[in-house]
Design a protein around this ligand. Structure first.
Ligand code: NAP
Length: 281
């Protein structure tokens, strides 16, 4: 129930109406019996500054930030978390400190670490867009031995690899064309797919790697969460490799944001239940 003292957190983006975050966070607040509510605001890019200032004035506790505001919102904050600053984008704002964080990458590494530690592993990341950037810096921060970024546009992969190398978080970062992925997967411990290949409605796309090119010890994470079992995850299962589902990234980025805003441990089981219900899984 909304009361006179309900604390508000919100998603800002443009558009926002298809977000899965409101049911996930509201289920968490309910589970912990907290007088908090999560809503979504569609903010036109022209109104971004006044949205942040207005939220501050209204004593809103936190924001999640989605496309197209993740980069532009940074100029209205007092502080940026170190890794979010390297990534160059934030998806979470804590209004207590006016500090921005990027929990997307944390969500991915936590999802992967349910299955295998990242430390000392050789990781291949396919794609060099926004999700890849967030995930690549966190893979470096979590102590991977080597990181290889593969992309269709090789220059983008080279630029991202250069940025991650310059961070000093990791000793070895390579880049190459995604067409050579088969060669790299042979030597990899963890494969991360951040391309939209296989995303609804393109569920029958060809996977970036087929089962025959995977080995049994490979951990395969697909950032796509709709459908749950993507073409790549199907190939991983066929190969006897270990799958990590995109929904887990969504879950753990939300859990991390929840903990930043509230200081409480996120009820991840309840959040996952709400997420699966919303996604009809
Ligand atoms: P983005 O910035 O547009 O980047 C897309 C990347 O995929 C680019 O590197 C692009 O390569 C590559 N790509 C696109 N189509 C391709 C194709 N047909 N073949 C090979 N490469 C292709 O997008 P993003 O924001 O990073 O998001 C990427 C995916 O991650 C989306 O499916 C999104 O749903 C998912 N995601 C999931 C979560 C989660 O919580 N699970 C969170 C964020 C994003 P070029 O540079 O060569 O064009």
């Amino acid at each position: 129930m909304i009361t006179g003292s309900t604390n508000i957190v919100a998603l800002i983006g443009h558009p926002v109406e298809h977000s899965f975050s409101p049911p996930m966070h509201n289920a968490a607040f309910q589970k912990l019996d907290m007088d908090w509510a999560y809503v979504a605001f569609d903010v036109n890019p022209n109104n971004l500054k006044s949205a942040v200032e207005g939220a501050k004035a209204l004593n809103i506790k936190g924001f999640n930030v989605t496309i197209p505001h993740k980069i532009d919102v940074m100029e209205f904050l007092d502080e940026i978390d170190e890794v979010a600053d390297l990534i160059g984008a934030v998806n979470t704002i804590d209004f207590k400190s006016m500090k921005g964080y990027n929990t997307d990458g944390i969500g991915a590494v936590k999802a992967i670490e349910e299955v295998t530690p990242i430390k000392n592993r050789n990781v291949v990341v396919a794609g060099a867009g926004g999700a890849s950037r967030a995930i690549s810096f966190y893979i470096a921060k979590y102590g991977a031995e080597s990181l290889t970024i593969l992309n269709r546009n090789v220059e983008k992969a080279q630029n991202l690899a250069g940025d991650v190398m310059d961070s000093g978080l990791i000793g070895e970062v390579k880049s190459d064309s995604i067409s050579k992925i088969g060669d790299y997967v042979d030597e990899a411990d963890i494969l991360v797919d951040t391309t939209p290949i296989g995303m609804h409605p393109h569920v029958n796309d060809a996977a970036i790697v087929e089962a025959g090119q995977m080995h049994e010890d490979l951990v395969v994470f697909d950032a796509v969460y709709n459908p749950n079992e993507t073409v790549l995850i199907k190939e991983a299962l066929k190969a006897g490799a270990k799958p990590v589902y995109g929904i887990k990234m969504l879950l753990y980025q939300g859990a991390e944001s929840f903990e930043i805003w509230t200081g409480k441990k996120a009820p991840v089981d309840e959040m996952e239940r709400a997420l699966r219900q919303t996604l009809d899984l």
